[in-house]
Design a protein around this ligand. Sequence first.
Ligand SMILES: *[C@@H]1O[C@H](CO)[C@@H](O)[C@H](O)[C@H]1NC(C)=O
Ligand SMILES: *[C@@H]1O[C@H](CO)[C@@H](O)[C@H](O)[C@H]1NC(C)=O
Ligand SMILES: *[C@@H]1O[C@H](CO)[C@@H](O)[C@H](O)[C@H]1NC(C)=O
Length: 443
Amino acid sequence: MKATLRLCFLVALSFGLVAIFIYITGVSRSQVESRFVVTEGDLSALRSLQSGFRQCVKANGLGLQAETGSDYCRVTLRFPSDTVPKWKDPKTGELEGLSFDFDLCEAVAAWEQVRNSTTVLTKEFIDSLPNGWKEYAWRRINKGNLLNQCENKTLCMEKLALVLPETPPYVPRQFGRCAVIGNSGDLLKTNFGAEIDGYDAVFRENGAPILNYTQYVGRKCTFRLLNRGSAKALDKVAELDDTGKEVLIIKTTIHDIMNKMIREVPISNPVYLMLGASFGSAAKGTGLKALEFALSICDSVDMYGFTVDPGYKEWTRYFSESRQGHTPLHGRAYYQMMECLGLIKIHSPMRTDFNRKVNWLPSQTTLNAARMASEKLLRRVGAGISDPLSACSIIKKRGKAKTPSTPGFRDAATEHQKYVRGATLYPLEHSPGHGMLCVIPEV
Ligand SMILES: *[C@@H]1O[C@H](CO)[C@@H](O)[C@H](O)[C@H]1NC(C)=O
Ligand SMILES: *[C@@H]1O[C@H](CO)[C@@H](O)[C@H](O)[C@H]1NC(C)=O
Ligand SMILES: *[C@@H]1O[C@H](CO)[C@@H](O)[C@H](O)[C@H]1NC(C)=O
């Protein structure tokens, strides 16, 4: 009897708790939901983005056409039917297709986030990330599996020490006009050298030489993005710029061989690791990583030596025998999308006019409104809230001593720092809703 009563009591209690739970979550969920409500205004912003985008691709895409329609986000970029694809997927043996689907909403939301975040790996980031050393740092060390989840943190820190600044070495908008230089053989058809040297910062890739090619690619070196292969030959790569000041940014893991070279071979260049952000398969190439890095620290980004113009014969490099590139048409379509979202400007043999205007570019107002609508539609963290830190799903305070110093910044960078209240925003990989990790100053 007693036992039954107690059971009844427990059952009643748990019903009560469940009811309270439903009540609480019900309320908070409806509050959360209301932020994601897509208004008529949002939809109209997406429609005007789509129509502006279509016209922009038509006016600037050298024959590419954008088709929109099936929903508010999807666009298909189509090459003219007489385009002859030349690149075969080595895995399937199939020729590259002539049309590519992209998600404009995803693109405006993701790239705008890049423009306000830090893409260099720092100690502050690893320290602030839950399980930062055990999981994240451990994966960024080549042969890290032997380190058993950084069981010995000192050892892991030693491996990363040479490439791990305490706080970000660069901030958003630190540089004005930037140029990202790809390695395409097309560069030899033009003389972009002097023009390229006129930018505030120049980003190169992997083993791209400068000496003997300055007429085509300029001589200025500010940053160089490296894939695994190039990073293993860090000493050779460092020689490409004789000033020794070029900053080397590695997009893969840190390797014992690299550590040895930084320590023992006289490499004076700063070396950093790039944070992996979440662009899926589109971001695998060094080219896109270079654009991502440039967009995270520059006001404007111009691109040279990436894209194939109509009638291309094969993907070549300017400095070596023809080498297998990858997905040239997909790349060209993706970069065209970026251009028509106002992220970059493309220069190529068929677009040599330095002052070329990207016609029909959707206005900044349209882009902003469409970005905010996309954030709601994609249910991204912080959508519908105007606070600059609303997309932070993890917030940590930074020790006083660690605050990056700001004197000498360009106005645009200082303005941006004010806007984010001195916080550093780091993109989080595989975070639902693309929340960010934010480190805020101690007040
Ligand atoms: C951890 O690694 C450091 C640096 O290599 C070493 O000196 C120390 O003995 C290691 N500690 C343990 C507990 O193994
Ligand atoms: C530049 O050209 C000279 C003369 O052709 C050649 O000897 C040298 O190896 C070249 N240097 C590079 C870095 O390609
Ligand atoms: C990025 O920062 C700018 C100010 O520099 C701000 O106007 C914009 O809304 C921010 N974007 C996001 C996605 O927070």
